[in-house]
Design a binder for this molecule. Structure first.
Ligand SMILES: [Zn+2]
Length: 209
């Protein structure tokens, strides 16, 4: 996961999807896989439990199908059975909380999934290239790994990416070849990390050799 900066809500709702896509550079906000056609706008707090947040910009994240499916209807314990309203709602509506990035995550405490536009991803998760897995460095990270990153699609695809990067490093492929493979990779961000990992075993030849 990477930290993302959320822009203000586009005034027209039909532009929301495209803006979410641009916000994450076309990658899943959770696992960073390249988003394919039919990607889903995930409700960070599920709409079944929080119908008031169904059309709330601050509750949406671009997600690949496997991450969205893995996360499904996860609700942090501290927010269970609470009424949460969007920041733009009339606060005279009965509610427990307002969805506010500076406030709500603290209420949800540490038993919640990392929200990359609320949280600094680096404080919670670390990608371990040797095992192609995310390791948690906080309770929020642990919850994220448990609730989302246990899906098979991710491990399988990352193992393939790692093998590709291993081959490029071992063959000491020219940099432009490596860069074009990374640009087409399903996991462009993690492919970079995997490449650096393998290059430690097969250092690229220096230009003076
Ligand atoms: Zn994903």
């Amino acid at each position: 996961m990477r930290t993302l900066k959320r822009p203000p809500a586009p005034s027209l709702k039909k532009d929301w999807r495209e803006t979410l896509f641009t916000m994450s550079g076309g990658l899943c906000a959770y696992c960073t896989v390249r988003l394919e056609q039919g990607w889903e706008a995930d409700h960070y707090l599920p709409q079944e439990s929080f119908p008031e947040l169904q059309d709330c910009w601050y509750n949406l994240l671009p997600s690949c199908k496997p991450c969205n499916r893995a996360k499904w209807d996860f609700v942090p314990e501290a927010l269970r059975d609470k009424t949460i309203i969007p920041p733009e709602a009339n606060t005279t509506t009965p509610h427990d909380f307002v969805l506010d990035a500076r406030y709500l995550p603290h209420k949800a405490a540490s038993e919640r999934i990392l929200e990359p536009t609320f949280d600094n991803a680096e404080e919670h998760l670390e990608f371990v290239p040797s095992s192609c897995e995310f390791k948690h460095t906080s309770l929020i990270g642990a919850c994220t790994v448990k609730e989302i990153f246990a899906h098979r699609e991710m491990t399988e695809e990352l193992t393939k990416t790692s093998l590709t990067m291993y081959n490029l490093a071992r063959d000491r492929s020219p940099n432009d070849t490596v860069q074009s493979v990374i640009a087409l990779s399903k996991f462009p961000v993690l492919a970079e990390i995997l490449l650096q990992y393998w290059q430690e075993f097969f250092p690229p030849k220096s230009s003076t050799e």
